[in-house]
Each structure stands twice: as structure tokens, then as C-alpha cells.
Design a binder for this molecule. Sequence first.
Ligand code: SF4
Length: 79
Amino acid sequence: MTGRLRVDRTRCAGHGICALIASGAVDLDAWGFPEVVATELGGDDLRRARRAAAACPRGALTVSDVVPTVQPLRAPWEP
Ligand code: SF4
């Protein structure tokens, strides 16, 4: 399972808690606001990202599951 972390910049207040908890996924910019540095997260990084989202005091972080795309089946006679 992989997930994607997003920051709602309209809610974020720049506390920086997310970068402490999910350092593999979030860096802080020069003003102390988070930048997501990893587009798809898995394993420990995904767990930390979920923890950071739960800890964010402004509810500015969301983690969504990445659903793998499935190629449609083709009939054997189709090119
Ligand atoms: S913990 Fe939440 S409010 Fe604080 S910097 Fe991270 S996203 Fe912004």
C-alpha cells in the first residue's frame, strides 16, 4: 500500500510539527512552511505521514491511498 501526502496551505500555520514527525516526506521551506518532498510514500514513511497528519493542529495534512491502476483486459484477437 502506498499513500500520498498533501498540505493545504490555506490551513497551515507553519508549526513545523509535520517535518519533525515525517522527516522523510516533509521539509520546511525558508519560512518554516512544509514542502512535501516525496510524492508516493510507503512503509515507515507512510506511517509517519499518517502520524503527522493526525498531529497537525490545523488539520492541514491529508494522506490519501494510491490505488494502483489496472490495465483493461484485451481480447486475444484485438491488436
Ligand atoms: S503541522 Fe500542520 S500546521 Fe504545522 S507546519 Fe505542518 S501542516 Fe502546517
